[in-house]
Design a protein around this ligand. Structure first.
Ligand code: FES
Length: 169
């Protein structure tokens, strides 16, 4: 049985075929790995942050997700380059990223949420690992996007719970 291709717009297809800023970064200030419980796919973000200005100088990613995830991650790396981490936190939402890419099929919204959630997790991790007081603009509770982008271990637990037959729980 053949599958019906999803109606991706040309911008998504172009970024899927030729993603920007793809690959590992050796001198990253922070690396965040996150996965989406909706599909089990994973993404890794690498950010190079200027310690003094808090500006994101470089952003790269590796995606083990679908075309929508690769395309949204690619556009996110371009959108955040040159922004401070505070600007990124406040301005970059999955809705904005979805708009920037020209829209996604609704069944693929979670793929963009994963990209943005992973960026937010990276920023929170960067600030936490510094060990200094957290800034006022960082909410104590995880945002919607962070909650949807689970750390590797949380994702493995969530997925294994789902696969455990009812009788064994
Ligand atoms: S289906 Fe998993 S990231 Fe798109």
């Amino acid at each position: 049985m053949s599958r019906i291709p999803l109606p991706y717009n040309p911008k998504v297809m172009e970024l899927f075929r030729n993603p920007k800023n793809l690959g590992k970064m050796e001198d990253a200030s922070v690396i965040a790995v996150a996965g989406n419980p909706a599909c089990g796919d994973m993404i890794t973000f690498y950010l190079k942050i200027n310690e003094a200005t808090q500006i994101i100088e470089k952003a790269q990613f590796e995606s083990y997700g679908c075309a929508a995830n690769i395309a949204t991650a690619s556009i996110v790396t371009e959108m955040i380059k040159g922004l401070t981490i505070e600007q990124t936190w406040n301005d970059i939402t999955w809705k904005k990223v979805t708009e920037e890419i020209g829209g996604l099929p609704s069944v693929k919204f979670h793929c963009g949420v994963l990209a943005v959630g992973a960026i937010k997790r990276a920023i929170r991790q960067y600030l936490t690992q510094k060990g200094t007081a957290l800034p006022d603009w960082l909410p104590k509770d995880f945002t919607f996007e962070e909650k949807q982008a689970l750390e590797e271990e949380e994702l493995a637990k969530t997925l294994s719970k789902r696969q455990t037959p009812e009788a064994e729980k």
